[in-house]
Design a protein around this ligand. Structure first.
Ligand code: FA5
Length: 326
């Protein structure tokens, strides 16, 4: 029995096999246990001889099994280490990263330029009151200039903002008459314009507003020139055209010259109308200001040579992947 057990233990290839062998010989119903149980039927003088022999065998097998167990455990640990080895010299697999939307790229560039000139970034809601979007901006109900911005109304007092100029009002009210005010505000705006290559019913603006003592038109000119030169390179030609907005006086529109597209209008601007200052608790005798509203899509189209505004909203990956920055 011992000889057979020793052979079987020696041959065991795995811990499971070894466990089975242990049960087979030393378990409760095992072969050696059976010998010990059967001792009662032996003549009394043989019992101690057989008993001590069986115990020797048990001790010997126990020890062998323990040794074999250790050997197999070591082997399986080695095998596991071998399998899990990491080769740090292999090239990594890069996770695919997304891209910033071209409009977001322009917003971030414009923000950087203005933050560099001491502006703060403000925010306002896209669902706005008629009061902030029009009335406080010197556009009372029935004013003909409302036709310039055909609107999506939610009810007679609430609409989707037609421009980011509503944030001028929110900022001035929040500031409670204190100066200086120097903010820009990027955001989405909505108008009932028919979609074509250069117009969209939803587009993006960046509003700018400065109010302080002695703010002048020449400062507005300087700020806009800085913006345009930083966005489009030094020497880019800029043209100011007289225009009309009820919330600025004088008002102007700014075009830049593009070698392929000619003069393109990119923003509206002007000196803050005294009535806007009054409406928000600023004394127009003491303070002056300027404001502007940049069309972000127009800037992006010029900068990246995009000929149709609808590319920005179609989510075509072939278009978007061209703006990979990382
Ligand atoms: C305004 O919205 C004024 N609030 C701008 C302003 C702010 C003037 C502060 C004075 C002081 P306007 O409607 O012109 O102005 O729009 C400003 C810019 O938004 C335009 O120059 C143009 O670049 C862009 N824009 C206007 N309508 C659309 C449209 N449907 N699709 C895409 N871009 C547009």
């Amino acid at each position: 029995l011992k000889g057979e057990a020793v052979l079987v233990i020696g041959r065991a290839q795995s811990l499971d096999e070894l466990r089975e062998t242990k049960i087979k010989y030393l378990g409760k119903k095992g072969e050696l246990t059976r010998v010990l149980r059967g001792m009662g039927s032996l003549p009394p003088e043989e019992r101690p001889v057989i008993g001590s022999l069986a115990n020797d065998i048990r001790g010997c097998l126990d020890q062998m099994i323990a040794e074999k167990e250790k050997q197999l455990e070591e082997a399986s640990l080695l095998e596991q280490l071998h399998k899990e080895v990491i080769d740090v010299t292999l090239p990594g697999i890069k996770p695919e990263s997304g891209t910033l939307h071209p409009l977001q790229l322009i917003i971030e560039q414009v923000e950087d330029i203005f933050v560099g000139m001491g502006f703060e970034i403000a925010e306002g809601p896209e669902v706005e009151t008629d009061q902030y979007n029009f009335e406080a901006l010197n556009l009372p109900k029935g004013h003909p200039a409302r036709d310039m911005q055909d609107s999506f109304y939610i009810n007679p007092e609430i609409l989707l903002r037609t421009h980011t100029s509503s944030v001028q009002i929110r900022t001035l009210i929040e500031k409670e008459g204190s100066v200086p005010v120097r903010i820009i505000c990027p955001g989405k705006v909505y108008r009932r314009d028919d979609d074509d290559a250069t117009h969209s019913h939803q587009f993006t603006q960046i509003e700018g507003l400065v109010v302080d003592r002695g703010v002048s038109m020449s400062e507005l000119n300087g700020v806009l020139l800085t913006l345009i030169e930083k966005m489009f390179g030094e020497g880019t030609e800029m043209r100011l055209r007289p225009s009309y907005f009820p919330f600025t006086e004088p008002s102007l529109e700014v075009d830049i010259f593009h070698p392929e597209q000619g003069w393109v209008e990119i923003l509206g601007a002007g000196m803050v109308h005294p009535r806007v200052l009054e409406n928000t608790g600023y004394n127009p005798e003491r303070y002056t200001g300027f404001a502007f509203g940049i069309g972000v899509e127009r800037i992006a189209m010029l900068k990246y040579g995009i000929d149709d505004i609808r590319h920005f909203y179609n989510n075509d990956l072939r278009f978007l992947r061209q703006f990979k920055t990382v």
